[in-house]
Design a protein around this ligand. Sequence first.
Ligand code: FE2
Length: 267
Amino acid sequence: MKKVQLRQSESDYIKLIQITDSHITAQAEGKFDGMDTGLSLDRVLEYICAQTGVADAVLFTGDLVHEPVKPAYEKLLKKLLRLDVPVFCLAGNHDNPDIMRAVLRHKHVSTAKVLECRHWQILMLNSFLPNSHAGRLASDELEFLQSQLMCSMDKHILICLHHPPVSIGSPWMDVMMLENPGEFFAVVDAYTNIRGIIWGHIHQTFLLERNKVLLMASPSTCVQFLPQTEQYVKDDRMPGYRELTLQADGSINTSIRRLDGHNYTKI
Ligand SMILES: [Fe+2]
């Protein structure tokens, strides 16, 4: 498995941005529940670029496109290339992993699965399950995770995937979570150097500590889903993203930023 070495500034920490669930369409002005997803992503990317000291890398945790066709990924690639940092993408339930991998093969935008930096290793997992909105880590993906963890005991680990491995308290979303969280956590719980797990899919923020591991999800770059609901309810909160600073000692500082700037939360 090819590892990508993340270029890191002189500082001992690494700064990442998680964007997710952009649902880009092949057609111009394509919408998801009334929102122009291309325009919304453009605004989020502009907002990111306007911040000082952007980031060392961007992690894109799935649902890159709404319908998985080549022109949608090509449109997305053009947008992502505006960022002057490497972008690493994994598949969500709206993606097609094969088309995604075939199009996103640029020097700065890729589907690399192992990202290495001085003190950390970041693992990008594929929880895509064909013909389902739920997700599953197939046995070869779990083996990949296990093998990476076994040879990275000297690093702090951040795991990224699309589907939540825990309930988020919204029954309509929970039926679309990871189908085999027990198998996933059986691997995770065997290691003490895993510091964080991030995912997309839920179009809302989520933060929970489990066995000293931070579990985190990010707002979508387009439509938001209202938390803690029986059925789908659109949330009027603005599109956003998550910032993560991975410290040399294994701690994680994280914040959510939204386009309006009014929902800035920090831990
Ligand atoms: Fe999504």
